[in-house]
Design a protein around this ligand. Structure first.
Ligand SMILES: [Fe+2]
Ligand SMILES: [Fe+2]
Length: 191
């Protein structure tokens, strides 16, 4: 799916399906973090007009997703407990280079991979959802996060050029695949 080289470990959806309350809480935090990341990109690169315009749209959509998932939590009387660490995202960020313009490219690619992996996990959650309510939630988010993957890669191509983006996407695909292979299958969106 999208740029992903490896499917999630089959064990993950088993653990996730058995702990849907925890998945919903972590999912809410992921949507909030996605909005925060978009705001951080606007703060870091205010002179990049296209990036700022697209990140505004993306931050608004991610906050709308956050509100949607908060509503699902409230319907089920599940409290929004504190955020857990996200080793998947942290390990992707560990490979971001520190000099510019490589840093800009890597941050956009990290954003793209988080969206792509979220997409794959939403498709698993939709296929295994216990009711139509959750199935339609995950199906609608899947389409939206695929659009976010395209937004990140389109911005990267605008500022860094297609060939450079293609080459770094391939390198990151291998990095991401190795991270996913080592994940412990926790009941979190990227566990
Ligand atoms: Fe989202
Ligand atoms: Fe997204």
């Amino acid at each position: 799916m999208l740029c992903l080289q490896r499917d999630s470990n089959p064990e993950w959806i088993v653990v996730a399906s058995a702990n849907l309350d925890r998945i919903l809480v972590d999912h809410a935090h992921c949507e909030k973090k996605a909005a925060t990341f978009a705001l951080a990109m606007m703060n870091r690169y205010p002179h990049h007009e296209r990036l700022v315009a697209d990140m505004v749209d993306l931050a608004i959509e991610e906050l709308e997703h956050f509100r949607l998932v908060l509503g699902e939590l409230q319907k089920r009387n599940i409290p929004l407990s504190p955020m857990e660490a996200n080793p998947y995202a942290q390990q992707l960020h560990d490979h971001v280079r520190t000099s510019e313009p490589e840093r800009l490219l890597d941050l956009l690619i990290v954003g793209a991979f988080i969206e792509a992996r979220s997409c794959e996990r939403f498709s698993l959650l939709a296929a295994h959802a216990p009711n139509d309510d959750l199935k339609s939630l995950y199906s609608s988010l899947l389409a939206s996060e695929a659009g976010h993957y395209r937004a990140y890669t389109d911005i990267a191509r605008e500022y860094c050029g297609s060939d450079v983006v293609r080459a770094r996407l391939q390198e990151y695909a291998m990095i991401e695949s190795n991270i996913v292979a080592s994940l412990p299958n926790q009941p979190t969106m990227h566990g």
